[in-house]
Every structure is written in C-alpha cells, then in structure tokens.
Design a protein. Structure first.
Length: 301
C-alpha cells in the first residue's frame, strides 16, 4: 500500500465513526452543525480563490460586494448540502421524498407508460444527492452514473448511501455495458447523468459559451440518448427553503433521433445556465470547472 493510500485509509478510519454518530441526529440538529461549519468554512475562506475567480469570470458586471454575497450564500448552502448528504446514512427515505416536491410527475409517468426509456439530465445544483428519490415513483429501474472516488472506502460508503433510494449506482466506464443489458432484457430505465462536470483532456470535443466563458461540455447525455433511442428530460431542481426542494421535469422539445448535432447539449446547458443566473448561490462554485479553458482554440484561427 502506498503512503497516499495509507493516508486515505487512515482518514476514513478516523472520520467514519464520527460521521456515523452525527448522521443519527435529527435533520434539525444536523442543520445546527451546518451553522457551525458555515462559520468555519466562511471564516477560513474554503477554496476562496477558486470560487472568486469562477464568480468574477461568470459575472463580470457584478460588484465585489455582490460577488461576496454570492460566495457567502454558496458557503451556507454548501454546509447544508454536507448535512443533508450525511443524513443519507440513516434518515428514513420517505422523509426525504416529502422534502422533494415534484410539480409535474405526469411528464415522466407518460413517457415511461408509452414504453420509453429516459435520460435524466441535471447539474451540480441545489441538492443533486437527493434527486434520485423521485425515481421511486416510477415503474422503471433507476440508474445513477458516478465517477468513483479515489478513496475506495469513502466510495463504497457513498454508493451505499445513494443506493438507499432503491436506484442503482454504476461507474462511468460501465454505463454502456449496463444499458445494453437492460435493453436486451427489455427493461425500462431512467438514467441520471450529471451534465456540468469538466471533461477530461481527451474529451474536449465540444465547446460553448457557458456563464460568459469558453467551456468544454461533456456530450454523454446527448450521445447516450441517441444511442439508446431514449427521451431526454431535464430535471430542474429549485430550493424552496432549507431542506425543501421543488422538481420540475422539462422534456426535450424535439425528436431525439433526428435532432441536429449538439442541439440537445445546448438545450440542457442553457437550462442549467438560466437556473444559475437566477440563484447562483446554489451551484458548485468550488469546482474547477474551467481548468482546461486554456486549451480552447478559437474557430477563427
């Protein structure tokens, strides 16, 4: 075992008992811990340079005071997100289902009833960890694609926590194989894909203007939808108040099979962008989303 792996293993050994105890607390007390964490996170300026750079590049017209207000709002939401994620270790899933209101469940119900599979597209916005709870309402297998964590023990813990919704978590590199199996068995599925992750250097195939910046975008949702002849639905999650969310299903308005190249991608990118502009504090600003922007090549060159 390398020293790095030893450190990760030791970190899990130390952290897990504490997380296990904290997770047994009622959600109201977990929010109390979130308040305390907020003071620490905001006080020490967690990833402040990354957050400020992302915010200033995304909103060049905003003042320093406005940028600071968004950053503080992000810190507060980020700590709540931590508390809500930890709660997944023990909380009754029915309680979470009551906290995620679905405005138009008939959209998904009708698509599945008509014999369609669905690609659900969402971003790192509001609480993406709670969104799989809505798939319990539908007669289809819920699948969530994830990128495995470097710490294998924490990775197993996250899979276990997310699996409590009844959906199945599959690693990114196994997605195609799992979908082929389901198609061969003629089993309906709802596949959840996070659309705003930064592509690897080998996947910088499509660039667009997102939040005022040249941005490489993953093409997974569009490619998977066309490959599997599935419908595409954007899962628009909004934060009503602390611990309360509202989900609205927005189906892709065109025909997936005959849609122009990149049209589906541009569609869901704009929906997420509009959400972020409306309430920016709920997006994951600490993520190095534009780390490969220097590799962008202008089409005019």
């Amino acid at each position: 075992m390398t020293k790095q792996k030893e450190k990760r293993s030791l970190g899990f050994t130390i952290a897990y008992p504490l997380l296990w105890l904290i997770a047994r607390l009622p959600l109201a007390l977990l929010y109390g811990i979130s308040n305390f964490l907020f003071i620490i996170v905001a006080g020490f300026g967690y990833r402040r340079k990354v957050i400020n750079k992302n915010l200033k590049n995304s909103f060049p017209d905003k003042s320093e005071l406005e940028i600071r207000k968004i950053r503080i709002g992000f810190y507060r939401h980020f700590c709540d997100l931590f508390a809500e994620t930890i709660a997944l270790m023990h909380i009754d899933i029915d309680k979470i289902q009551k906290r995620v209101e679905v405005c138009n469940p008939e959209v998904m119900q009708e698509l599945l009833k008509e014999g369609n599979d669905v690609i659900a597209v969402l971003g790192h916005y509001c609480n993406w960890e709670w969104t799989p709870v809505v798939s319990r309402q539908y007669q289809a297998e819920g699948l969530s694609v994830y990128r495995p964590l470097k710490n294998k023990q924490f990775d197993k813990l996250m899979i276990k926590m997310r699996g409590r919704f009844g959906s199945r978590n599959i690693p990114l590199n196994s997605t195609a194989r799992e979908i082929v199996k389901l198609k061969q068995q003629n089993r309906r599925f709802v596949l959840g894909l996070i659309s705003d992750q930064s592509p690897s250097k080998l996947e910088l195939n499509y660039w667009t203007n997102f939040l005022n910046q040249n941005t490489a975008v993953i093409l997974g949702p569009e490619k998977m939808a066309k490959l599997t002849r599935s419908k595409v639905v954007y899962w628009q999650l909004e934060k009503i108040k602390r611990g309360r969310y509202r989900m609205t299903y927005i189906p892709y308005p065109g025909d997936v099979a005959s849609s122009p190249e990149f049209d589906i991608t541009e569609w869901h990118v704009r929906l997420l962008e509009n959400q972020i502009k409306k309430a920016p504090q709920y997006w994951l600003w600490s993520h190095k989303r534009w780390k490969y922007s220097y590799l962008y090549k202008s089409p005019n060159l």
